[in-house]
Design a protein around this ligand. Sequence first.
Ligand code: NAP
Length: 254
Amino acid sequence: MAGILEGKVALITGAGSGIGRATSRIFAREGAKLVIADLVEAAGEQTLKLLQDLGAEAIFVKADVAQAADADRIVARAVAAYGRLDCAFNNAGIEGAAGVTHKCTEENWARVIAINLTGVWLCMKAEITQMLAQGGGGAIVNTSSDAGLLGVKGMPAYVASKHGVAGLTKAAAIEYGRSGIRVNAVCPGPIRTPMMGRLLQDRPGVEESFVRAEPLKRMGEPEEIGEAVAWLCSDRSSYVTGLPMPVDGGLIAT
Ligand code: NAP
């Protein structure tokens, strides 16, 4: 049976780890041709090998999403390799340093906003420009967070960046709906990835408090985000746009 992304050309950022890597594998299973990007060459090459082992057509681009030239280059490589771009998952992100609002340094603020928010916008700019030029619409999914829908203490830049991604997603959905470009976001709850490993390190009891708060009583796996992203990028979600979609074990409902 054909996959839900059969023949589509898809771009995924932050593909060297966690949610990006898991999503890349799901896209490959669903028949997409992939352009994966990450800051870290070794990690990106590792994901590329996993995809090739699955029999997928894929290329890796080492890129920093916070640099406009790099965002443009990822899209240019997609077009050079496959002739077009059908969908994109703007997922690269960092957690930044921990600390309440008045302790957040300007440096930490600027870095988190540059990667998590400006990086998503720069990638969207390049992707939308290409989708408009080629015609026929497209689907974009951005990674926000439950922290893009709710306040969370101790990470003000991260929370602001993820709220920004949710807002940018809605604004672009309104702007490009007429051109057939759908723009949605996933808002993951606590997902077992290297980033979450860093957040839990030396913080006994935090994992238990997540699990206690969640209706499903467990942390999520990166593949559970990837499945939602694949659906949002596929034609199966053809009437869905402008949605920051929680994928969080029901945490946001509590
Ligand atoms: P992860 O395991 O740290 O993976 C993120 C990947 O993005 C890493 O390979 C990272 O490289 C890369 N990256 C960082 N900055 C980049 C840049 N400037 N340009 C290109 N690539 C860059 O984290 P994850 O948990 O999978 O997170 C993926 C996304 O989900 C992030 O946007 C995160 O905020 C969001 N999210 C995660 C959770 C969770 O519980 N895990 C919950 C809500 C939202 P380095 O390893 O060098 O940093």
